[in-house]
Design a binder for this molecule. Structure first.
Ligand code: AMP
Ligand code: ZN
Length: 437
């Protein structure tokens, strides 16, 4: 099946060998350019590598990894490959784990970034006649300006609403006939709740049709739920500030994996412990090399995100590889009594129950020198919280299913809708109060 609807037809449908040739050329240029970075010049010298050692994408494994710690150690400008007068913007991460890290952009970088975002939005059917409303914060977080410039480049009317103020967001949806929205998954669910409270039916009262959701891990069931609630198609959007921001990888209309733009990035998946490549199709840590960045190229950056490359070709005609939805991060992995657990596993179980709403909180605590997990999860509006027997049965069933999934037995508490703290940024899903030894 072909949509015949590519934003950059030549690049998007480039053959695998074409992509390989482009990557070889861009990788060589990037490595040479990185010699202008004090950090990389030193790194290369230390390991006796010269740009001439890198001839093809396969040579990439000769290059050492770059880590978030390297970005912190060289804070704020030590990795840049151009003088500061060439830089026009600085962004920082939302501090997913620890301190923020800063990333510099030249004017050309910003232009390339907008093109990537426009390409993603076009891919899912956004067109200049659409009205695009962005519910991301517009500060250092890249979800604001990143989507803004991409949506403008595509030619949509943009509504830079910013984060929060849900009533006002909804007023804009109805008054401005917004058709496309960018929101993080937890906020998309929140929008629907407030709509319900206001007696607004998204299908009847709004023109919403496309939602870009990303920035935090979410299960396929969560996406399905959001789609059903709002009557939209929701597309998974993956990005991170170190790689620019949104626009790194995005689902096409097939909704089966996110195409990662390989004219911008070289993708590797490695075992997070041994750092050896894992076979295609297996889950590991995503490692990315930027190959068309000017101000601050990053070589073999360990993202800490766990995913896999989906095997096979996508029917949409794009040859760029597809990443599976993120399985979590190698560093937000919970280790409880020696068992490795990802919050997304718990979410997947919870979202299988129609009695439960989307918000949950995992708390880890130490009692009598033993570590325990409690999962608080909100009930949907309309579920009778006084029906004790039914809730007890439900709790027991959830505990059993969670045990099957994560191999430990958590305590589950069903709480009324609206009891868990609401966050305006990325949802906080894990509270670790365990005694440190
Ligand atoms: P930031 O640099 O603040 O934008 O945070 C980037 C991180 O957010 C990534 O490394 C991922 O851990 C997470 N993230 C972004 N997009 C997604 C997504 N679509 N699914 C899961 N996690 C995501
Ligand atoms: Zn596709």
């Amino acid at each position: 099946m072909s949509y015949g609807e590519y934003y950059n037809p030549e690049i998007e449908t480039l053959s695998r060998s074409g992509i390989g040739a482009l990557q070889a050329e861009r990788l060589r240029a990037t490595v040479r350019h990185c010699m202008n970075s004090p950090f990389y010049a030193k790194r290369f010298k230390e390991c006796g590598l010269t740009p001439d050692d890198i001839k093809s994408p396969a040579d990439i494994t000769k290059i050492p990894f770059t880590t978030k710690q390297d970005l912190r150690d060289t804070y704020p400008f030590g990795i840049a490959s151009v003088p500061l007068d060439k830089c026009v913007r600085l962004h920082s991460s939302s501090g997913t784990t620890g301190n923020p890290t800063v990333v510099l952009h030249s004017a050309r970088d910003l232009d390339n970034w907008s093109t990537a975002v426009a390409r993603c939005l076009w891919m899912v059917g956004c067109r200049p006649e659409d009205v695009f409303q962005n519910t991301s914060g517009y500060g250092m977080f890249t979800g604001g300006l990143g989507f803004q410039y991409g949506a403008e480049k595509l030619g949509m009317l943009t509504v830079p609403a910013g984060a929060g103020n849900t009533l006002r967001q909804i007023k804009f949806f109805t008054d401005l006939r917004t058709t496309v929205v960018h929101a993080i998954p937890s906020y998309a669910a929140r929008i629907f709740e407030v709509m319900q409270q206001q007696g607004i039916d998204p299908r009847r009262d709004t023109a919403l049709r496309i939602l870009a959701i990303g920035a935090e891990p979410h299960s396929a069931d969560t996406r399905k739920r959001i789609e059903d609630m709002l009557g939209v198609k929701a597309y998974n959007s993956f990005g991170m500030s170190e790689m620019c921001g949104p626009g790194v990888a995005f689902e096409c209309k097939e909704q089966n994996g996110m195409h990662i733009w390989e004219d911008y990035y070289i993708v590797e998946i490695v075992d997070p412990v041994t750092l050896e490549p894992v076979p295609d199709g297996e889950v590991g840590e995503l490692v990315l090399t930027t190959i068309n960045r000017e101000a601050m190229p990053l070589l073999r950056y360990r993202t800490r995100d766990l995913t896999r490359i989906l095997p096979g070709e996508c029917p949409c005609g794009r040859k760029h590889k597809r990443l599976d939805r993120m399985k979590g991060r190698s560093d937000d992995m919970i280790i409880l009594r020696g068992v490795n657990i990802f919050p997304i596993q718990i979410e997947t179980v919870l979202m299988g129950y129609e009695e439960l709403a989307s918000d949950y909180l995992i708390t880890l605590e130490t009692l009598d020198d033993n570590d325990f997990m409690t999962v608080d999860v909100e009930l949907r509006e309309g579920i009778n919280v006084d029906d004790y027997n039914r809730l007890l049965k439900l709790e027991k069933d959830i505990v059993r299913r969670l045990h099957d999934e994560i191999l430990i037995t958590p305590k589950v508490r069903l709480v009324p809708k609206g009891s868990l703290p609401v966050s305006e940024g990325k949802a906080v899903r894990v509270k670790d109060l365990r005694k440190q030894y």
